[in-house]
Design a protein around this ligand. Structure first.
Ligand SMILES: C[S@@+](CC[C@H](N)C(=O)[O-])C[C@H]1O[C@@H](n2cnc3c(N)ncnc32)[C@H](O)[C@@H]1O
Length: 277
């Protein structure tokens, strides 16, 4: 089934946050309210069960729970694959898990927590603990790929290499969770270099952008969209082109912020090492 950009007109995911079942909402997440609604809407209203749903960087399972609850509500046989290191330090526990109702616990391993929180959908979810950059995709078609782990240019390239070729042409979405985050400017470059095969269809407050895959992302396309090797001038050149492209015009001012961040952090390609400017 060929999917169309028009399915996203009118931002149908907005204002449905209260339709997310309570047991999914109870799973702690770093996603903002509109992003949670987008994930739920994608799985419930957009996806048809034509391929797997893959969640790269699921933390304690919050994004996975919204996706699973959406698939459950839609009623198709969902296959959800969730990847993470499943590790949280004291700061993350105090800032994210405890304020969302998790009882204080010892240690950094959150895999048991994620398993417990995702138990209502255990029959549809497979968890993959560890470094996802070392993992392989089994090769089956992917209908929804949520990317929240491309925290370096190297990771963005690795994720694309492993998962993008399995995306169903004209029938898959890539959700780039931190697409417009100033600490991850390589994502804008990567998706602009893939503009012939994936178009932005949903701009979701504040940083998240979803792309409809329009054509097969093959090895040649991947080679042309690599970002790790780009020096600052090359990266800024691609970001400037992206900001001028009609597809990304709605976020041109955010791309200008990303260019500023590259200039303020010369040579840096790791989100966690970016400074404030
Ligand atoms: C912003 S958080 C994800 C938030 C999550 N989607 C939610 O709903 O709360 C990013 C996650 O990516 C994971 N991550 C980043 N790089 C990774 C890697 N190479 N392998 C496995 N997990 C990784 C981190 O452990 C972290 O939990």
């Amino acid at each position: 089934m060929t999917r169309d950009i028009s399915e996203f007109s009118g931002t149908p995911w907005r204002d449905i946050a209260d339709q997310i079942p309570q047991r999914a909402r109870a799973v702690p997440t770093m996603l903002k309210a509109e992003e949670q609604a987008l994930y739920f809407w994608i799985a419930r209203d957009w996806a048809k069960g034509a391929g797997a749903i893959v969640d790269l960087g699921c933390f304690a399972g919050g994004s996975t729970a919204r996706l699973a609850a959406g698939a459950e509500a839609a009623g198709y046989a969902a296959e959800i694959h969730a990847y993470d290191r499943f590790s949280a330090n004291e700061k993350t526990k105090e800032n994210t898990l405890y304020p969302q109702g998790v009882a204080p616990f010892e240690g950094e391993d959150i895999r048991p927590l994620a398993e417990r929180l995702l138990a209502p959908w255990a029959d549809m979810i497979a968890l993959y603990p560890g470094d996802l950059l070392q993992s392989r995709w089994h090769g089956g078609p992917i209908e929804v790929l949520a990317v929240d782990a491309a925290k370096s240019a190297r990771a963005a390239d690795r994720i694309a290499d492993r998962f993008f070729p399995a995306l169903i042409p004209a029938g898959a979405l890539i959700v780039q969770q931190d697409f417009l985050h100033r600490r991850q400017p390589w994502l804008i470059a990567q998706m602009h270099l893939l503009a012939g095969a994936a178009v932005p269809v949903a701009f979701c407050a504040h940083d998240c952008v979803a792309f409809l895959v329009t054509e097969q992302i093959d090895r040649d396309r991947l080679a042309a969209a690599r970002v790790e090797h780009l020096d600052d001038d090359a990266l800024i050149g691609i970001l400037t082109e992206a900001a001028e492209s009609p597809a990304l015009a709605p976020v041109a001012d955010r791309i200008a912020g990303a260019i500023h961040a590259v200039r303020a952090n010369p040579g840096e390609r790791r989100a966690w090492a970016f400074g404030r400017a």
